[in-house]
Design a protein around this ligand. Structure first.
Ligand code: SF4
Length: 131
């Protein structure tokens, strides 16, 4: 595997881990400094990933004053039905990610991939298995 491919895999893995931790903290959210600590990320890498997830409409970054310093609290905007399905979230590997934004031509608001992902997840929970 090339170095670029390894870096891309590493970034995708980190992105899904950041999203997973944000989802696990639920509606109360998590301070990004706590998240960076938990995942052993530098604030530069962590912020980059958080901004990407925000741009894709998956999380919200809210500016908060904490201990006299401004920071961001991250809360999920999309809740996968099952934590396990986060690895399958289409935004994590989407080739249109750079062009995608809430007000853009490519937008999470009308994204079929996200819709299918949520629907498949929902089916997994509602359709009983045969065994
Ligand atoms: S186009 Fe869809 S899958 Fe791709 S980043 Fe946007 S919302 Fe996610």
């Amino acid at each position: 595997m090339s170095t670029k491919a390894k870096n891309d895999d590493y970034l995708l893995d980190l992105t899904s881990r950041v999203y997973k931790v944000v989802v696990e903290h639920g509606k109360n959210g998590v301070l990004q400094s706590e998240l960076w600590k938990e995942l052993d990320l530098t604030s530069r890498d962590g912020s980059r990933i958080a901004i990407r997830l925000e741009k894709r409409g998956m999380i919200r970054r809210i500016r908060v004053l904490q201990g006299g310093r401004w920071t961001y609290k991250l809360t999920p905007l999309r809740f996968p039905v099952q934590i396990k399905s986060i690895e399958e979230a289409p935004c994590i590997t989407c080739p249109d990610e750079e062009r995608c934004s809430p007000g853009g031509v490519v937008t999470p608001n009308t994204c079929v991939l996200v819709e299918n992902w949520v629907m498949n997840d929902f089916k997994l929970l509602t359709i009983p298995t045969s065994n």
